[in-house]
Ligand binder design. Structure first.
Ligand code: PA5
Length: 434
C-alpha cells in the first residue's frame, strides 16, 4: 500500500510544467541506464534489488543473532562510520522512545544501543569505556572495506576490553562482524577468531547499505520489524520504477531538484517536525552529499529540525540569500494522541489551545511555515507519509535511494563512487607515517 504522497504545489511559483517536460528524455535515459545497468557505477546497483531478492536464510540469521544480543548485553555497541552506521541510527531513532537509552531495560525491551567508531575523539572513546566498564556488552563492528581508521581503532580497543573481561572465547561470542565476504583486515580477523559474520554485498556501496545486514542487524536488535521495512522498500521498488516521469513522484522529485539547482537553488534543506528524524536527515545528507558532490557540481544537502531550528535558522531561510529549497517530511497521522490539558486559572494564556492535540498544533506550525517560506521565495516539496510504520519507512528509504541515483544521473555524475573522500585520508596517512 502506498505510504508516501509527494506534494509539489510549493514549486508552482518557481517551476513551470514545460521545464519539467524538458526533463522527460533525460529521465527516460537515466531510467534505462539504471534498469539495464549501463550507466556510470553500474557495478554498484545491488541496492536496487535488495528488497526483492532477499535471502530468507540471512534474515533468519539476523533475527537469531539479534535475539542472542538482546539476551547477552546491557549495552550493544555499533562500531562503524558513514554508511556503516547512519542508516541503522536513523531507523532506530525513528521507532525507539526519544529517551530510550535512559529508560530501564524492562521498558526499553532491548539493550541500550550506542554508536562508536564514527569519530576519533579521545574524549568520546574514553567516556565510552568509562560508561561500559561495569556493563555486559556485545558489539557489531561494521566496515565494508575493513580498513577504515575510525572503526578500526575503536574496534581494537573494544576487542581488548572484551577479551580481558570475558576471555578470548567469551569475547568471540559477543563480537559480530559485518564486512566484505572474502577480503580485508576485518574479514581476516573475523575468520581467525571465528566471529559470527555478515556480508556487505560487493555491489552495494556504504550509503546504500541500510537494507543489508549493515543496517538490519542493529535495527533488529532494537525490536524493529526488518521484514516490514523490506516489504515497504519492495513496494517502493515497483512504484518508483515507473518509466513515465509524470507518473513517478520519485523521478519528478529528482528532476525538480535539478531544475531548481539550475536556477541557482544550490542548497536543499530536508526538514522535519519530528526530532526523531534528526539522524534520518544525517543519513540523507550522506546519501546525497557523497553521491552528487563531484566534478565541482552538486546540491549541498543540509537539514533542519523544526520547530526547533525555526528559532535558529528560520531567519536565514525566510530572508537570507535565495539559494535554498526545502523538502519537508510530514507524518500525516500521529498516533500519540496527546492533548494540551484544560487548566483552571492557568494564567499562561494558552486556554485557546486547551484540549487540542499537540500534533495538531505542530501541524499548524508546519502549515504556517510552509506558506511563509514559499511566499518568501523558498520552493518547497512536501513528502507526506501516512503514518510512521516500518513499512512506510522502508518506502521512504527506497524513495530517497532511487531519487538520489536518478538525480545523480541527471546531474551527469557517478552517484555510486566517492573518490574525493580519499584525499584527506592520503594526507592523514602521510602525517601518521603509515
Ligand atoms: O558510502 C560510503 O561508501 C562511505 O560513507 C562508507 O560507508 C564509509 O566511508 C565507511 O566505509 P567502510 O564501511 O568501508 O568502513
Amino acid at each position: 500500500m502506498q505510504g508516501l504522497k509527494l506534494d509539489f504545489k510549493g514549486l508552482n511559483t518557481f517551476v513551470n510544467e514545460f521545464e519539467l517536460k524538458n526533463f522527460e528524455n533525460i529521465v527516460f535515459n537515466a531510467h534505462d541506464m539504471l534498469n539495464n545497468k549501463t550507466g556510470l557505477g553500474n557495478d554498484m546497483l545491488g541496492w536496487m534489488d535488495l528488497p526483492t531478492s532477499r535471502d530468507e536464510k540471512e534474515i533468519e540469521k539476523i533475527k537469531e543473532c539479534a535475539k542472542k544480543i538482546q539476551k547477552q548485553a546491557d549495552v550493544f555497541i555499533v562500531v562503524g562510520i558513514g554508511g556503516s552506521y547512519l542508516g541503522a541510527k536513523a531507523v532506530i531513532d525513528l521507532f525507539d522512545s526519544s529517551f530510550s537509552n535512559l529508560e530501564s531495560f524492562s521498558k526499553r525491551k532491548h539493550p541500550q544501543i550506542i554508536f562508536a567508531g564514527n569519530n576519533m575523539s579521545a574524549k568520546y572513546i574514553k567516556d565510552l569505556f568509562k560508561y561500559i566498564e561495569d556493563k555486559d556488552i556485545a558489539i557489531n563492528v561494521i566496515s565494508k572495506s575493513g580498513t577504515t581508521l575510525e572503526p578500526a581503532l575503536t574496534f581494537r580497543m573494544l576487542k581488548l576490553f572484551l577479551e580481558e573481561k570475558y576471555g578470548i572465547a567469551g569475547a568471540a561470542e559477543r563480537i559480530y562482524v559485518t564486512t566484505d565476504k572474502e577480503k580485508g583486515v576485518l574479514h581476516d580477523i573475523a575468520v581467525k577468531n571465528d566471529y559470527p559474520m555478515f556480508v556487505v554485498p560487493d555491489n552495494v556501496g556504504g550509503r546504500y547499505s541500510v537494507l543489508t545486514p549493515v543496517g538490519l542487524l542493529p535495527i533488529a536488535v532494537a525490536n524493529i520489524d526488518i521484514e516490514d521495512l523490506l516489504d515497504g522498500a519492495q513496494f517502493a521498488s515497483y512504484v518508483y520504477n515507473e518509466k513515465n516521469l509524470t507518473e513517478n513522484d520519485c523521478y519528478k522529485y529528482a528532476a525538480y531538484r535539478n531544475i531548481l539547482y539550475n536556477k541557482g537553488k544550490r542548497i536543499e534543506l530536508l526538514a522535519s517536525y519530528e526530532p526523531s528524524f534528526r539522524y534520518f536527515i544525517e543519513w540523507y545528507k550522506q546519501l546525497f552529499g557523497e553521491s552528487e558532490g563531484k566534478d565541482h557540481k552538486g546540491i549541498f544537502p543540509a537539514g533542519v529540525n523544526f520547530t526547533t531550528d525555526l528559532h535558529s535558522m528560520g531567519q536565514l531561510i525566510q530572508e537570507g540569500k535565495r539559494n535554498i529549497f526545502e523538502t519537508v517530511i510530514n507524518i500525516e497521522l500521529d498516533r500519540t494522541f496527546l492533548q494540551l490539558p484544560e487548566v483552571k486559572n492557568s494564567m499562561d494564556g494558552l486556554d485557546y489551545l486547551a484540549g487540542k492535540d499537540i500534533d495538531f498544533i505542530n501541524k499548524q506550525a508546519f502549515n504556517g511555515t510552509l506558506k511563509a517560506h514559499i511566499d518568501g521565495g523558498v520552493p518547497n516539496v512536501v513528502i507526506n507519509i501516512k503514518d510512521l510504520t516500518e513499512y512506510n519507512v522502508g518506502q521512504l528509504i527506497y524513495f530517497f535511494e532511487k531519487a538520489c541515483a536518478m538525480s545523480g544521473y541527471i546531474l551527469g555524475v557517478n552517484p555510486f563512487n566517492q573518490p574525493g573522500v580519499e584525499s584527506y585520508k592520503k594526507n592523514m596517512m602521510e602525517l601518521l607515517k603509515k
